[in-house]
Design a protein around this ligand. Structure first.
Ligand SMILES: *[C@@H]1O[C@H](CO)[C@@H](O)[C@H](O)[C@H]1NC(C)=O
Ligand SMILES: *[C@@H]1O[C@H](CO)[C@@H](O)[C@H](O)[C@H]1NC(C)=O
Ligand SMILES: *[C@@H]1O[C@H](CO)[C@@H](O)[C@H](O)[C@H]1NC(C)=O
Ligand SMILES: *[C@@H]1O[C@H](CO)[C@@H](O)[C@H](O)[C@H]1NC(C)=O
Length: 746
């Protein structure tokens, strides 16, 4: 608007001038030039970074009469002469440094003259901005005090900077620089500095933070290139200590120890804590939170942990005590606190031997009454034994052993740490026999394993066994052999059997009985085991000499066993030998024997063994008898009838022989019989003597042979003739062929 007014004024002046000098037309500026719109510098603008000496413009005008024109430049009085013009060419050169921030427009009076008329026009040249200004901090450097309790994200300060450039070059972004900037953040546009979210300040870690803030413009042209400009300034942030840190313990972790024999009041350990708010520390008091079990105490002011209890009450191996250290504020008020564990190990001295306990305290004899032969694996529950070694660790480790007869019982566990329920169980039931042991005595032994002292304890285990009916009666032998003479009267004692049952009382009572096919003739006395014959029985070895049967011994509950009884009836010589007849007749051929036989009814040798003998022979004893078989032969010298007849002195040869049969029993019985023997000569002996005679006459033998040959020839001739005449009759049709056949056959 102002520019337009000035232009109008110039035009008015020109017109006035023109009216005055009518004869000469005034020169004028072209409205538009070859490279700028106007010839008169109007609407021209120039960047402030244009270098001095730069040709910036050419004034262009002309004179209507064609006269040469000259150009001129003038400035308002007092203002800087920025340009110079070449009057002929109208070239304008910048001669003063521009600074938009100081002067953003230059009023120039441009003139053109043809020598007579001069036209002056006022124009305004605009100075354009270049990015030549740095941002400038307004309130920096600065010092900020912040409480360490300030919350994360809270704003601390607003940084302000100014950049006098316009546009992008005049806009500002803020940044933080430096290591500590990670704790803080700055808003790029507003410059508000905050504690970065998620971060907090801690006086105890760092009392002061130095933060470098960068203000940077948005960039703009300067001397034809884009340029960014920035400034930095430092901000000091002082952290102000607050009562915010609990006391902390020094020298943790804490491990202490105490001997189990230490006396009350002994110092065990000492803890030390300091207030974490080192800037303004408070006094500390100590206490115990947990885990001391009344065994330990702590001195409130100096942190000494001492033993309170008497020796022997340190039952545990490890105490985990929680110690608390509290800050004391004004008026003794307890503020913040910190805790720490203190591990106190009780050092065990092996001063306790293992000890056995019953239901009512220490005990070293345990008794139990039980039936014999309990089931294997059964636990002897009635004993209720506990064993304990009140030391700790290796000092409280011991073995349990059971020492006593056999391997009937077993103890578990075999190794104990501190304390255990002792279990005794049955390992071998069969040996736990009332008949062998009415009570069992064992020693239960507990011996420490890993200690030099090897402390030990023993307890007696006495087990009274009760009898059960576990045995059957048992015979003294598997079988009994008895001999009884035949003809023994009824009721005779045969044999006595015994069976024993080791069980006590009624279980040990035995009753006997017999049975079996051979038992009919016998009786047994149930209580005594004596076997008799039945009253009516008569034994006869010749009828039956062997009897066998079973005998049974049974206790009151029916447990029994068996044995076998063999009875032999002894034969007596109660029979005499007997011949079939008392008078016997036999014919004896010379050279051959005759037999006689007697029988003895007795059952056994030697009662039935017979011995034969010849008592008497008439007229003379020419016989020998085999004493055991009864075979009678002629004595060896009697070879023929002639000898016999020479003895008898007569033709008849009848002999009378008295033969005795005697048995071999005790006493011996005998019987006799009369044997009539007729001696003859054998028939076959005559033929034999004839043949023997022929040998002495060879002529007679030849005669006999000749006769036999003649008879054979006659028979052959007769049979051949007979066959021939039979074939002639049959072959009349083909006589020749038939004949040939016959001839061939012949
Ligand atoms: C001045 O302006 C005229 C007309 O537009 C032109 O022909 C001439 O070349 C210009 N002179 C210079 C030096 O620019
Ligand atoms: C004026 O400026 C023009 C264009 O830049 C140039 O050609 C000419 O030589 C200059 N005249 C003088 C006298 O410097
Ligand atoms: C604690 O220790 C202090 C200084 O060592 C002593 O004066 C004070 O008597 C002790 N307190 C107790 C309860 O023993
Ligand atoms: C018969 O007996 C007598 C007298 O004893 C004796 O001399 C004689 O030789 C006997 N004859 C025969 C054949 O033995």
């Amino acid at each position: 608007m102002k520019i337009a007014k000035k232009l109008n004024i110039s035009i008015v002046v020109t017109v006035v001038h023109f009216c005055i000098a009518q004869a000469d037309f005034a020169p004028y500026f072209y409205d538009n030039g070859p490279y700028i719109q106007n010839g008169n510098l109007a609407l021209f603008s120039l960047s402030e970074d244009t270098a001095v000496g730069t040709h910036i413009y050419s004034l262009n005008g002309t004179d209507p009469e064609g006269q040469e024109v000259r150009y001129g430049l003038a400035f308002d009085p007092g203002s800087k002469q920025y340009f110079r013009v070449d009057p002929v060419s109208g070239n304008i050169t910048l001669v003063e440094k521009l600074d938009r921030e100081k002067q953003d427009s230059i009023d120039v009076l441009v003139s053109i003259t043809d020598g007579r008329s001069k036209v002056v026009e006022r124009v305004t040249v605009f100075v354009m901005d270049a990015n030549d200004e740095k941002p400038e901090f307004q309130n920096m450097p600065a010092i900020v005090n912040v409480l360490e309790t300030a919350q994360s994200g809270s704003s601390l300060f607003q940084v302000q900077a100014l950049d006098r450039d316009t546009g992008s070059g005049g806009s500002i972004n803020y940044y933080l620089q430096g290591a500590q900037s990670s704790l803080f953040s700055i808003d790029r546009h507003s410059g508000v500095l905050r504690i970065r979210s998620g971060e907090t300040l801690d006086y105890e870690k760092s009392k002061t933070h130095f933060v470098t803030v960068i203000a940077k413009d948005g960039g703009g042209d300067f001397n034809g290139r884009e340029q960014f400009m920035s400034s930095s300034a430092s901000l000091t942030i002082n952290v102000v200590d607050q009562q915010d840190t609990p006391p902390s313990f020094i020298g943790t972790p804490y491990f202490g120890f105490v001997y189990e024999v230490s006396l009350p009041g002994s110092e065990v350990y000492r803890v030390l804590a300091k207030d974490g708010d080192a800037g303004n520390p408070n006094p500390i008091v100590y206490s115990m939170d947990d885990g001391d079990d009344g065994v330990f105490g702590i001195n409130k002011t100096n942190g000494r942990i001492t033993l309170l209890t008497q020796p022997g009450n340190l039952k545990r191996e490890i105490f985990n005590i929680i110690v608390r250290a509290s800050e004391v504020g004004e008026n003794g008020k307890l503020l913040d606190y910190g805790t720490t564990p203190v591990v106190i190990r009780v050092v065990d001295l092996n001063n306790n031997p293992p000890t056995f306990y019953g239901e009512h305290g220490p005990q070293n004899t345990f008794q139990l009454t039980m039936n014999e032969h309990p089931p294997e694996g059964e636990i002897l529950r009635g004993l209720r034994i506990t064993v304990n070694d009140s030391d700790q660790g290796a000092n409280a480790k011991f073995n349990l052993r059971l020492i006593g007869p056999g391997r009937m019982l077993r103890v578990v566990p075999q190794t104990v740490l501190n304390e255990a329920q002792v279990t005794i169980l049955v390992d071998d039931s069969s040996s736990m026999d009332y008949e062998k042991y009415q009570f069992l005595t064992y020693k239960l032994l507990a011996v420490e394993i890993d200690t030099p002292e090897r402390f030990s304890a023993t307890a007696d285990i006495i087990i009274h066994l009760l009898d059960t009916n576990d045995n059957a009666p048992k015979f003294s032998s598997d079988y009994y052999i008895a001999r009884i003479p035949e003809n023994s009267p009824g009721g005779s004692n045969v044999v006595s059997v015994t069976a024993t049952d080791p069980d006590s009382g009624r279980w040990g009572e035995v009753r006997y009985s017999i049975y079996g096919s051979g038992a009919d003739l016998f009786l047994i006395q149930p209580g005594s085991g004596i076997i008799y014959t039945q009253p009516w029985a008569s034994l006869d070895a010749e009828l039956r000499s062997k009897y066998n049967f079973y005998v049974k011994a049974e206790d009151t509950e029916g447990k029994y066993s068996l044995a076998e009884v063999f009875v032999t009836v002894l034969d007596l010589n109660d029979h005499s030998p007997a011949f079939n007849q008392n008078l016997l007749e036999k014919t004896m051929v010379i050279g051959a024997p005759v037999m006689i036989q007697a029988v003895d009814e007795d059952a056994e040798e030697p009662n039935n063994v017979i011995e034969y003998s010849i008592m008497k022979a008439d007229p003379d004893n020419i016989f020998d008898i085999n004493t055991s078989t009864g075979e009678i032969v002629l004595k060896s010298y009697v070879k023929s009838m002639a000898i016999v007849q020479n003895i008898t002195k007569q033709k008849e040869c009848i002999w009378s022989v008295v033969v005795q049969a005697r048995d071999q029993g005790q006493p011996s019985f005998s019987t006799t019989a009369v044997l009539k023997i007729d001696i003859t000569e054998a028939v076959k002996s005559r033929f034999v003597s004839y043949v023997l005679g022929l040998r002495k006459r060879p002529g007679a033998v030849f005669g006999i042979c000749l006769t036999l040959v003649s008879i054979a020839i006659s028979v052959t001739v007769f049979i051949s003739t007979l066959i021939y005449w039979k074939s002639v009759k049959k072959t009349r049709v083909h006589p020749q062929g038939k004949i040939r056949k016959i001839i061939r056959r012949l």
